[in-house]
Design a protein around this ligand. Structure first.
Ligand code: GDP
Ligand code: MN
Length: 386
């Protein structure tokens, strides 16, 4: 789960990490008083969307007068912001963070994530902040400073100081850096975070270290124990289809291929997608309908797949372990009728009562291609959608 920059910064402040002063507004009429309260002569208007690259997309505007702030707010509020990290529709800007502008001396990068290879929490830092860190890592890997923390261990002040030295920070800034890094580490471990990032972490001309941006991605599987974090969710920023799917306990992820997939089990879903790719097709989605599949959920799944504009055909791949294949077949027929499905469809059933299920589908009035072999089913759907 992602949160907005302003929410990340409030969490930063709770954990002793310094940020510029800012005020959140959701109406243009509130822009002037926000400027007055911030008492500055330079302001930054920042669109709050769940995507980075806002600077490049026109979502971060430096303003030198209240009129400029009002103009920027007028333009941004209610608009769809497109950045290099959004799709072509962009994301709705419902709120703006207005901040007092800073005199930036240096832009650094600081982030924590889980490195599955080393099985450690990895601290990443760089003197090249303000840019995409992936780009820095691939083009100038020597500019990335890395440090691994054992998940059962802890982060010491000495570890932080060593990093501060590598970033070329003086004594006063090192103190501030240590607080910042320790704060990030506390948030990371206490709140079950996947990724936490400050880009840029700036050094001001007044010798202050400030988090100018904030990005946090929380582990969805741990949200049940963080009610405070769940309360920060903004569904206007989430993919509509993925949100609907989660309401029906379907694991759904939109992709850009042409073959819709309906599979039970995440591993089987991945194998199915691999096989489609192997035979020259491309999946339009990842969908795991779960173990105890019901006709109702199958219908919902078909409905979701059909809303993808690029889908040309559907491959259903169900292994009947807990459920019986003949029941699934009935569910599929019911769903096709309810949804009014017209796309070519290949169904592969295996497991309990598979022959009975396939037979039901085969003699139905609908144009369903049945297979008990997954390879044949994949070849068939690729051919039907070419
Ligand atoms: P992102 O593009 O979504 O990552 O948004 P950021 O919050 O990182 O802002 C993008 C860029 O805007 C930063 O890297 C800064 O260079 C610039 N910026 C943001 N706030 C200020 C500010 O107060 N003063 C100045 N001079 N530049 C700023
Ligand atoms: Mn940024």
């Amino acid at each position: 789960m992602h949160i907005h920059e302003y929410q990340a910064k409030r969490l930063f402040n709770d954990f002793n990490i310094q940020t510029p002063k800012g005020i959140l507004i959701d109406k243009i009429t509130k822009a002037k008083s926000a400027c007055d309260v911030l008492r500055s002569d330079v302001w930054v208007v920042k669109a709050q969307v769940h995507a980075g690259g806002r600077g490049k997309g026109g979502g971060v505007v430096l303003c030198r007068s209240v009129e400029e702030v009002e103009r920027a707010s007028q333009q941004l509020l209610g608009s769809q912001l497109i950045t290099p990290q959004t799709d072509s529709k962009g994301l709705l800007v419902g709120q703006l963070l207005i901040e007092a502008g800073q005199n930036i001396e240096r832009e650094l990068y600081l982030g924590l994530l889980i490195d599955r290879q080393t099985q450690k929490i990895t601290v990443l830092a760089s003197t090249e902040g303000g840019m995409e860190i992936e780009k820095v890592a691939s083009e100038t890997p020597d500019k990335i400073i890395k440090f691994g923390i054992d998940p059962l261990g802890s982060l010491s002040v000495q570890d932080c100081t060593l990093m501060a030295q590598k970033l070329g920070l003086n004594t006063e800034l090192t103190k501030q850096f240590n607080n910042t890094l320790l704060g990030l580490y506390e948030i990371f471990t206490q709140k079950d975070v996947n990724l936490i990032e400050i880009n840029p972490l700036i050094v001001t001309q007044e010798n202050q270290l400030l988090a100018l941006d904030g990005k946090i991605d929380f582990d969805d599987n741990a949200l049940y124990r963080h009610k405070d974090i769940v309360a920060l969710r903004d569904i206007s920023q989430e993919d509509e289809k993925e949100r609907l799917a989660s309401e029906y306990q379907l694991n759904y992820i939109s992709l850009d291929g042409s073959i819709g997939c309906m599979v039970n089990g995440a591993g089987l879903a991945m194998a199915t997608m691999d096989l489609i790719e192997h035979f020259g097709g491309s999946p339009a989605n990842f969908l795991d309908v779960g173990g105890g599949t019901t006709a109702d959920r199958v219908a919902k799944a078909f409905e979701l797949i059909q809303t993808e504009a690029n889908v040309k055909g559907i491959l259903v791949n169900i292994f009947g372990g807990i459920v019986r294949c003949d029941l699934i077949a009935q569910g599929i027929l019911q769903a096709i009728e309810t949804v009014g499905l017209t796309l070519p469809i290949v169904v592969r059933l295996e497991g309990t009562n598979a022959p009975k299920g396939l037979n039901l589908l085969d003699k139905s009035e609908f144009n369903i291609h049945v297979e008990s072999d997954l390879t044949k089913a994949a070849i068939k759907i690729v051919a039907l959608t070419k």
